[in-house]
Design a protein around this ligand. Structure first.
Ligand code: SF4
Length: 352
């Protein structure tokens, strides 16, 4: 069954599934039917693909069993947030978060099992990367989110690649994921409704800018100077702030999309008036947005969140500097909504 090992059904495009069908002596159009079944109709297994003859359903079940992701735990917050611990086919776990908004529902998906970037304020980075997720595993998190909110009469309209992992460290799979999710035969999601976050992998930002996908880029900045940023984010040693901002300007010019800068406010660390003015200085002169994040405490890290007054004062200074700046709504705090917390707690239960 060497071929079945090479073909990953959930990561396949319409054209790839059509080629698979042809290679099996089956009419090409069965490939599109399978793609539509997987992503538009969200079949759980081939037996639900009733437009197919039974013999084909059985032979595909044997040769290419579907390996959907599964929820191993779902927590619901009072604000409607869903935090899902997702089990992958090999038993590894990641997190997916569904968030209700005025405009509909978004899902925050994971792109890697663990993360190697080692940001010092992050729960996910406490578990090192053990592997990348496939395009199909990322896409199937959106399918799972849709399954869970269908009883609310909604579908996912926006996707944030902001869960566990550094998305641009899994570049090929996240780009393929977005192309698959955009396909009108499947989820039909607008590229403009995707946000790709990064800790600042400069070469990959340039590559994404040239990819021709008008998706939003969200850069985790968290500090206005290199010494401070390096103390929070080791990635800054390889990719410091000045060339990072230059890459972001290129991204904005190339895609026409405003770049978003994420800034988690940590009391006494990066939240002073002076640091707000430094932030204005480094970001002035191009179309961008600052997203201030009230930090969700992680027990293993020494930081404390900035006070509400401090957050508002910081926002005021950035706005007065002519830069668009909002404070992210705190959602799902009572359900471990800080990325990586739920998975880490579950794994701690099974650790010796
Ligand atoms: S903040 Fe993002 S890039 Fe940094 S360790 Fe956490 S998951 Fe990785």
């Amino acid at each position: 069954m060497a071929e079945s090992q090479r073909v990953d059904i959930l990561s396949s495009s319409v054209e790839e599934l059509e080629q698979l069908m042809i290679s099996q002596g089956v009419p090409r159009y069965r490939g599109r039917q399978l793609f539509e079944g997987l992503w538009r109709h969200r079949i759980a297994n081939y037996s639900e693909l009733t437009v197919w003859p039974q013999a084909l359903r059985l032979s595909m079940e044997t040769a290419y069993p579907l390996r959907r992701v599964e929820p191993s735990r779902v927590q619901e917050g009072h604000d409607g947030t869903l935090k899902i611990l997702v089990k992958l086919f090999d038993g590894q776990q990641v997190e997916t978060v569904v968030l209700p908004h005025d405009y509909g529902y978004s899902v925050c998906v994971s792109s890697q099992v663990g993360c190697n970037m080692g940001c010092h304020f992050c729960a996910s980075g406490l578990l090192k990367r053990s592997r990348n997720l496939t395009a199909g595993e990322i896409l199937d998190q959106v399918r799972l989110a849709n399954d869970l909110i269908q009883e609310r009469g909604h579908v996912i309209s926006h996707v944030d690649l902001m869960g566990i992992g550094e998305p641009l460290d899994n570049y090929d799979n996240i780009v393929k994921f977005m192309r698959l999710a955009h396909d009108p035969a499947g989820l039909n999601l607008s590229y403009r409704h995707f946000t790709v976050s990064t800790s600042g992998l400069i070469p990959r930002i340039y590559r994404l800018a040239d990819e021709g996908l008008p998706v939003t880029l969200a850069v985790s900045l968290h500090a206005p100077t290199d010494p401070l940023r390096q103390s929070l984010m080791p990635v800054d040693k390889a990719y410091p702030i000045a060339p990072l901002i230059a890459a972001c300007r290129y991204y904005s010019e190339k895609t026409g999309r405003r770049v978003s800068f994420e800034y988690a406010l940590l009391a006494g660390v990066n939240d002073s008036d002076e640091q707000a003015r430094q932030l204005v200085d480094i970001l002035s002169g191009f179309s961008c947005h600052v997203n201030l994040i009230p930090w969700n405490p992680v027990p293993e890290h020494p930081f404390t969140p900035s006070s509400k007054n401090r957050v508002e004062q910081f926002q005021r200074i950035v706005q007065e500097g002519g830069i668009s700046c909002t404070i992210r709504k705190e959602m799902g705090q009572e359900i471990d909504a800080a990325c990586g917390q739920l998975r880490r707690r579950e794994e701690a239960k099974v650790s010796p």
